[in-house]
Design a protein around this ligand. Structure first.
Ligand SMILES: NC(=O)c1ccc[n+]([C@@H]2O[C@H](COP(=O)([O-])OP(=O)(O)OC[C@H]3O[C@@H](n4cnc5c(N)ncnc54)[C@H](O)[C@@H]3O)[C@@H](O)[C@H]2O)c1
Length: 264
């Protein structure tokens, strides 16, 4: 029970990686707030957390809106008593198979808003509370797409490197207040995110023409992952549990690749 007595907020926790993080943290004793646009799916994950014996709430939140963080944190403190861990996981891909020469302004605006600005909002709103308590943990979900410098998804790749850079900046500022701030860079996971991305890659034709999304995904895993297996939401969840636990109290400003060796 590495997170007993703690309260964690997981954005984008209604499905995929966020759901994995929420369930792993609940298994380790944390109460959980799921903050997502998809409030019905978030409520189902909250039910799963409750079934594991923890308290849980679902809070409809749009992470692209700054004001929503103030009300999210207020709701969580009222319903669950405190906030110890903030996991900024909500994010979106940019259109795959689009080199920067094909990008349009909207491609960049979309991921900047959802992947980067949202984390600034989240950190800015929680910082005074964590500083006041002289305790807290922030975990930002970045991606291997940052360090891989992906020419097929430039806005996504740049946004996720931005997440890593901003993680280190916030870690430096909050270190003296006993707040640790780290990023996790997941590898390749079969979530709605990759289902949709692989579908778009197949539609773009070329070597992938006629493949199912799952076949495209498996091709990518075989080509890119030295350990030759896909990652799972639980892989990311257990890494997040570790970073949020006292075992990691001296780890800050790091980007942990959970990717079967892709970036290596
Ligand atoms: N799946 C992968 O292979 C992979 C790899 C590396 C990094 N990531 C990152 O992991 C995170 C989660 O990805 P996933 O694979 O679980 O994706 P997903 O699409 O399955 O889940 C994303 C969740 O975020 C929520 N969300 C989206 N926009 C939101 C907004 N404006 N406000 C609140 N919630 C919002 C969605 O409703 C959804 O529940 C993302 O940041 C993604 O970039 C995913």
């Amino acid at each position: 029970m590495r997170l007993a007595g703690k309260v964690a907020i997981v954005t984008g926790g209604a499905q995929g990686i966020g759901r994995g993080i929420a369930l792993c943290m609940a298994k380790e004793g944390a109460d959980i707030a799921i903050a997502d646009l998809k409030v019905e799916e978030a409520a189902q994950v909250a039910d799963e957390v409750k079934a594991a014996g923890r308290k849980a709430i679902a809070v409809k939140t749009d992470v692209t809106k700054q004001a929503e963080f103030e009300s999210l944190y207020e709701t969580v403190r009222r319903e669950l008593g405190q906030i110890d861990i903030v996991v900024n996981n909500a994010g979106s891909a940019s259109r795959p198979g689009n080199p920067f020469t094909n990008n349009v302004e909207e491609d960049w605006d979309l991921v900047w808003k959802i992947n980067v600005k949202s984390i600034f909002f989240a950190c800015k709103a929680i910082a005074p509370y964590f500083i006041d308590r002289k305790a807290g943990t922030i975990i930002n979900i970045a991606s291997i797409a940052g360090p891989m410098n992906s020419p097929n998804m430039p806005p996504y790749s740049v946004s996720k490197m931005g997440v890593v850079t901003f993680t280190k900046i916030v870690a430096k500022e909050l270190a003296a207040h006993n707040v640790n701030v780290n990023a996790i860079c997941p590898g390749i996971l079969w979530t709605a995110f990759w289902h949709e991305t692989a579908g778009r890659i197949a539609k773009a034709g070329g070597k992938f023409a006629g493949m199912t999304p799952r076949q495209v995904f498996e091709d990518r895993v075989n080509l890119l992952v030295p350990m030759k297996r896909e990652q799972t939401p639980e892989d990311i969840g257990w890494a997040a549990v570790f970073l949020a636990s006292d075992q990691a109290r001296n780890i800050t400003g790091q980007a942990l690749h959970v990717d079967g060796g892709v970036v290596m």
